[in-house]
Design a protein around this ligand. Structure first.
Ligand code: ADP
Ligand code: 5GP
Length: 201
């Protein structure tokens, strides 16, 4: 059933918890959902593709986008800028397509104030030790960067009460199933099914 407006979904969680892995699996299973490819000034990791994982830009271009008001939100995270293009997501939402943002907690707070209907999901690892293991196993960041990301994680966990749902990424399939359940429940809300109700009036 086509909806008039898509659902904006914000997914946050500490670096290394498995957001990209879970999102890739979710997108392979679910239709009518668009992943917002963020802009960032960080360097691509091995295997990351421009326009797929991120749009990689330099600081000058990022600061131009900020001044031009092209970003729904942006934040600085461990010395780099990250931000969401307003135009790209607005087009999808207007076309009735759900939009998924993978953004950190400061950006999520901005979306909370600008987009009251958005859905907020926080994803955690089964333990702090497992988070550290995953960051090391990914093998993409230096020991310094990993330490910075683990330190950052402690502050991010304190933001969990501001989110609607908490998903635990123990097994990827379990985390994906929990997110699927949340999205299905959101779809079934009365306010999202108004168009079908007109025939029963
Ligand atoms: P994020 O996008 O949150 O920074 P990634 O998706 O890059 O995290 O995952 C970090 C590392 O953890 C990767 O090596 C990934 O393969 C691994 N990983 C993700 N989910 C799980 C899981 N449920 N169990 C074990 N390893 C996982
Ligand atoms: P990473 O460098 O590990 O890919 O991402 C670092 C952090 O930046 C993650 O917490 C991720 O969710 C967040 N992030 C990615 N894109 C955006 C964005 O567009 N805006 C904000 N605020 N955070 C983002």
């Amino acid at each position: 059933m086509k909806r008039e407006k898509g659902q904006l979904i914000v997914l946050s969680g500490p670096s290394g918890v498995g957001k990209s892995t879970v999102i890739a699996e979710l997108l392979s299973q679910r239709n009518h959902i668009y992943f917002s490819v963020s802009y960032t000034t960080r360097q691509p990791r091995v295997g990351e593709q421009n326009g797929v994982n991120y749009n990689f830009v330099d600081r000058t271009e990022f600061e131009r986008m900020i001044s031009a008001g092209e970003l729904l939100e942006y934040a600085e995270y461990v010395d780099n800028y990250y931000g969401t293009s307003l135009k790209a997501i607005q087009e999808q939402l207007d076309a009735g397509v759900d939009v998924l943002l993978d953004i950190e907690v400061q950006g999520a707070a901005k979306v909370r104030s600008r987009c009251p209907g958005a859905l907020f999901i926080f994803i955690i690892p089964p333990s702090f030790e497992e988070l550290s293991r995953r960051l090391h196993r990914r093998n993409t960041d230096s020991e310094d960067v990993i330490a910075g990301r683990l330190e950052k994680a402690r502050g991010e966990f304190r933001e969990i009460p501001n989110y609607d749902y908490l998903v635990i990424n123990d097994k990827v399939s379990g985390a994906v199933a929990e997110i699927e359940a949340i999205l299905t429940a959101a779809e079934c809300r009365v306010e999202n099914r108004k168009s079908i109700l007109t025939q029963f009036a």
